[in-house]
Design a protein around this ligand. Structure first.
Ligand code: GL1
Length: 229
């Protein structure tokens, strides 16, 4: 084993839109809230909310909608959105796991890497539970265990620490540009998952895990490194 394969001992995965197709439920719930408050919410705006905590998301939406709310009103409306979201994910199935994700999780574990989840969502454990993914994770850092939102790297640093690893020993898989920035700032090797146009600061970008083996990934990373020398 040489180079990057020998150095990396852990993988940290974001959840919504990376492992499970839950991002669309957040979108539907936020859109319903915006509409109820009298303004619209587009998929392009949702791209900018990816990875933000519930309260940070609401505050950004209120700014876009030009609406002032007291702290009590913000708590009320963020609860309303959350109730809609929780209702939608109550019957998630293993089939809601994104294509290739389970196989990839298995492969990194078989390769001897430790695996953590880092998500701003406070419902992350419920999602892992319902989709029966819990068993793949050695550590779970969710919105209940963090204080600082991305682009602060706190959630990833906590995840690496929970695995007993240093940032340079871990890959991060992340679908939001702020999450990518946070990972890079924390000293991790960050793999963007999704559209390269939104993830330009990642060390590399993959469209998803479908048809991607861990060995393929290492080969692509090595090829990428040499193409930049
Ligand atoms: C929060 C936000 C969501 C999303 C997730 C992170 O989830 O509300 O829109 O940004 O964080 O993926 P939750 O409300 O479940 O804590």
């Amino acid at each position: 084993m040489t180079g990057i394969a020998a150095q990396k001992k852990g993988c940290i995965f974001n959840l919504d839109g990376v492992i499970v197709d839950t991002s669309r439920y957040h979108y539907v719930a936020w859109k319903r809230l915006c509409n109820q408050l009298g303004f619209d919410f587009t998929p392009e705006q949702h791209e900018k909310l990816r990875g933000l905590s519930r309260m940070a998301s609401l505050e950004q939406l209120l700014e876009w909608g030009n609406i002032y709310m007291t702290e009590a009103e913000k708590l009320h409306w963020s609860d309303v959105k959350n109730n809609w979201y929780v209702e939608m994910i109550s019957d998630l199935k293993p089939g809601d796991v994104l294509p290739g994700a389970i196989l990839f999780l298995r492969q990194v574990r078989e390769a001897g890497l430790k695996v953590a989840l880092a998500s701003a969502s406070r419902s992350a454990r419920q999602v892992l539970n319902t989709t029966r993914l819990d068993a793949y994770f050695d550590a779970i850092i969710d919105g209940n265990s963090t204080r600082k939102a991305i682009p602060d790297p706190e959630c990833y640093l906590l995840a690496a620490r929970a695995l007993g690893l240093e940032p340079f020993e871990c890959f991060i898989f992340e679908d939001s540009d702020l999450g990518v920035l946070a990972g890079v700032a924390g000293g991790f090797f960050v793999i963007g998952v999704g559209d390269p146009d939104y993830l330009s600061k990642a060390h590399m970008v993959i469209p998803g895990f479908e048809n991607l083996s861990y060995t393929d990934l290492l080969t692509r990373i090595t090829a990428n490194m040499y193409s930049h020398t």
